[in-house]
Ligand binder design. Sequence first.
Ligand SMILES: Nc1ncnc2c1ncn2[C@@H]1O[C@H](COP(=O)(O)OP(=O)(O)OP(=O)(O)O)[C@@H](O)[C@H]1O
Length: 597
Amino acid sequence: MRPIGSKYLLEEPLGRGATGTVWRARQRETAGAEAAVAGQPGETVAIKVLKEELANDADIVMRFLRERSVLLRLTHPNIVRTRDLVVEGDVLALVMDLVEGPDLHRYIRESGPLTPVAAALLTAQIADALAASHADGVVHRDLKPANVLLAEQNGEMHPMLTDFGIARLADSPGLTRTHEFVGTPAYVAPESAEGRPQTSAVDIYGAGILLYELVTGRPPFAGGTALEVLHRHLSEEPRRPSTVPGPLWTVIERCLSKDPDRRPSAVNLARGLRAVAAGIGVHATPAQIEAAEGVGALLAPDPAPAPVPETPGAADPTQVMSHGAPGAADPTQVLPAGAGAPQYDPAGATSVLPAGGPGAADPTAVLPPVPPNPPQGGQGEDPHPWQSQLRAARDRNEQTQVQYLDPSEDPLRRRPQRRPQQPPHPPQNQQPPQNRQQQPPPYQQQRPAPQRPAPQAYQPQHQPQQYAPPPPPAPQQQYAPPRQQYAPPQPPPQAPAPREPRPPREPRRRSANPVRIPGLGCLKGCLVMIVLFVVAGWLVWELTPLQSWIAEGKGYWEAIGDGVSSFTTWVSDLFDSASTGTGTSSGNTGATGGTGQ
Ligand SMILES: Nc1ncnc2c1ncn2[C@@H]1O[C@H](COP(=O)(O)OP(=O)(O)OP(=O)(O)O)[C@@H](O)[C@H]1O
């Protein structure tokens, strides 16, 4: 046996939860005045010894002491009484009444679901406990079958709600630094899952889940991972099992409303459940049946639900302490341990999440369909993950613009069929985006002048004629922006001046002569003409009366021979007469001279 403080002795462990271990213990001596129940030596009690890491945290200890009054004053037949708090050395413990009996989770697992009447009556008692605590401004926030102990009284099950205040303690900044108390995914209200402000309506939601589980044997929203379960809480409506009577379903449905303001108050829930239990039993009178069927009218919401103070204290412990109660605004506190892990046990103990783990900053970050509902506080300066994704998408778009390839550089542009599909080129005078006003355009950043391709790269002469005839002027202006747009703002002085683009080469003209005689060069025209004349002359000679008129029936070649000989004779006579004329002229000159003598 191990002593706890000076007044208690731990005997044997009863069970272990996320925040500590519960022991069967014995009182050594009467407690002091600070205890709610002084007790007697030898009396058996249950003691929850909080984990060492919690006990070593100054924030937790302070919270624990501050919560003392809240924990000790909660007295109700359906609430496990907290008798004393132990804060000694590195020990932090709650001394409670010992409840001999299983918890409700174990009971359902071993005995199966309850009848609708039994479930309604049992939940009505839990609602009684909630009504008492809510009236005192205390919200449980971790309502689940495992936190309902079943004491046997007079042969009847008597549910007793336990673990009040543990959620409040675990909200502390100290826990945030080490481990986070985060509730249990299968029972977490949508507003808790989203990190929205919470009220006592979260306990009504938990009661609805518990009631559903009592009559069906399982909670309505299950899943392979805790995140899946949380997502279903946020987006799915529960389905009515065939075994659930209509009036009871009306109650469950109202408790599980996504809108906390539609959920009934704890008082009205208890009243409605008793009306239902009376109306669906085998001995129900017509009036009771009618009352049960009209249960919806009984389920009025709480006009002033007890608020769960938000937790700015996650960042500011003093503020939390001054409020005297932690909150749950920090959404990291609703994420379970290993939220995305496939080995999630929906019926497991209250989950914890290592601080700084993935998704710790914002559970909605990994719940894509959840509408972006920014947490109300405690998120520091970090942007919401949706903002990060939007920014990333925007950056990708900008990156796309940066990498936009000018069509004159685009090898694909050589394929004419791709040209009409080119995206419109951004206007040359387009202003850069706001967030880049002070920076040169991205393409200028990424394309320093020395590495730039030569201006010739933009010339149409690089486009094969058979694919891309010289483009018309307009498209050329559209796709070939002025060169200075791509040049750096201040080109280095040694940079060579850009050369004038060469004009497109004139297409080569073919020769007018259609006849090609390889190797003959310029004589071919003359030869062809001679042949043509000869052939044409022969045809004329033979086919016209010219033959009889000129040569008196001679043949063509004979006539040509005669013509040639006549021509040569004439030429020789011409030369002869020229030479003779010259001699005659000299003689004449001499005769004239002689005569003169
Ligand atoms: N007052 C009590 N009397 C008898 N048994 C108790 C008492 N309080 C708790 N227990 C038992 O001790 C075990 C552990 O309790 P604990 O509250 O730590 O578990 P839990 O609710 O599953 O954990 P957590 O609340 O941290 O999620 C449970 O099986 C419960 O039945």
